[in-house]
Design a protein around this ligand. Structure first.
Ligand code: HEC
Length: 115
């Protein structure tokens, strides 16, 4: 009984620790962990997951899309899959996606026109 309690407290603490370090993931780490499966290793999109290509968007389009997703939360009906994703990432996992730096990362990593 006591032991279980202690184990529970410890598990809680390590969850907190994970939350804290997760918040400091780089855009590259966030992308490969949480975005790649739907948008492809090089932003080429993944039809199986209905994820559109991101490598053909310019930096402003990416920024606007990410900003909208963040601001509107569940009400952004046009991007339902993404809205849900962001909600889960931010509220449940404590991972903060910064629209500006993520847009930059996506553009300069994937868009051939950026090179
Ligand atoms: C479960 C699959 C999935 C994951 C994971 C996912 N996306 Fe998406 N994303 C989509 C879909 C589907 C759309 C198209 C709009 C919609 O239906 O939500 C989209 C749209 C977008 C758009 C807008 C593109 C446009 O056409 O304007 C951006 C930018 C984007 N996602 C970035 C990201 C980033 C950054 C991550 C990781 C933090 C991510 N996505 C994770 C599925 C996903």
């Amino acid at each position: 009984m006591q032991l279980k309690k202690i184990a529970g407290v410890l598990a809680g603490m390590s969850l907190l620790a994970v939350g804290a370090s997760a918040a400091e993931l780089s855009n590259a780490q966030i992308y490969s962990k949480y975005c790649k499966k739907c948008h492809g290793a090089n932003g080429e999109g993944n039809p199986a997951k209905k994820g559109p290509a991101l490598n053909d968007k310019d930096i402003n389009e990416l920024f606007d899309a990410l900003m909208n997703l963040k601001e509107k939360g569940f009400e952004a009906s046009k991007h339902e899959a993404m809205t849900h994703n962001m909600e889960v990432l931010e509220r449940k996992k404590g991972i903060h996606v910064d629209p500006q730096s993520m847009a930059k990362y996506l553009f300069y990593s994937f868009n051939p026109e950026a090179k």
